[in-house]
Design a protein around this ligand. Structure first.
Ligand SMILES: [Zn+2]
Length: 197
């Protein structure tokens, strides 16, 4: 079964209430979509669904490799925006609202003047995940260099960088839902691990 997000962005009216309390990561999506996801969950098929869609894991495993990946993405699409000082996988990030990434601009005193330091941290669970997920997260975070709010301009920028952005964000949220419900990590350190499951 293909769970495809229809065009548009999250935030449409939820419609009639359905007991989908555990689906907090996809709470903003239309109810018919959440019902389809609930069916996958009931069939214990959500993990398999994701693995089938994204069979390969990326090999961006270190913070250094991650920085290079993000910097390249930025060069390709957002030249001229502020420099990013630091990018890292953070094992302490697992709160709902932080799971997709957390960027901070910290003011720090250097000499006599304040200097901003911009860093992006993402949950370390994405260290072993499909490249598409990494891309979605950083397209999102990089778009915030230009647009602060999650408004129309923001999503347009995301789509400019990654035309399938909405589908990818939905699938990342499906993975978070899967983990939230106690599911095992879907991908292993190597591709063969992942495929043997
Ligand atoms: Zn955001």
């Amino acid at each position: 079964m293909a769970v495809e997000r229809s065009a548009g962005r999250p935030g449409s009216p939820a419609g009639e209430a359905v007991p989908l309390a555990s689906l907090r990561y996809i709470a903003a999506y239309p109810v018919d979509l959440r019902v389809q996801v609930q069916r996958l969950i009931d069939d214990a098929a959500l993990g398999r669904h994701l693995l089938k869609r994204y069979p390969l894991v990326h090999d961006v495993r270190s913070d250094r490799a991650l920085y290079q990946y993000v910097d390249r993405l930025k060069q390709d699409h957002l030249r001229g925006t502020d420099r990013i000082d630091k990018v890292l996988f953070d094992s302490k990030i697992h709160l709902v609202h932080q799971a997709l990434g957390l960027h901070t601009s910290r003011a720090r005193v250097q000499g006599s003047r304040l200097k901003g330091s911009r860093e992006i941290r993402i949950a370390s669970l994405f260290r072993v995940a499909p490249l598409e997920f990494l891309r979605m997260i950083f397209v999102h975070e990089l778009a915030h260099l230009r647009v602060r709010e999650h408004d129309k301009a923001f999503y347009q920028l995301c789509l400019h960088m990654e035309p399938t952005y909405h589908q990818l964000e939905f699938d990342v949220r499906l993975y978070l839902t899967h983990l939230d419900l106690g599911g095992d990590r879907v991908w292993g350190e190597t591709q063969s691990d992942a495929l043997s499951k």
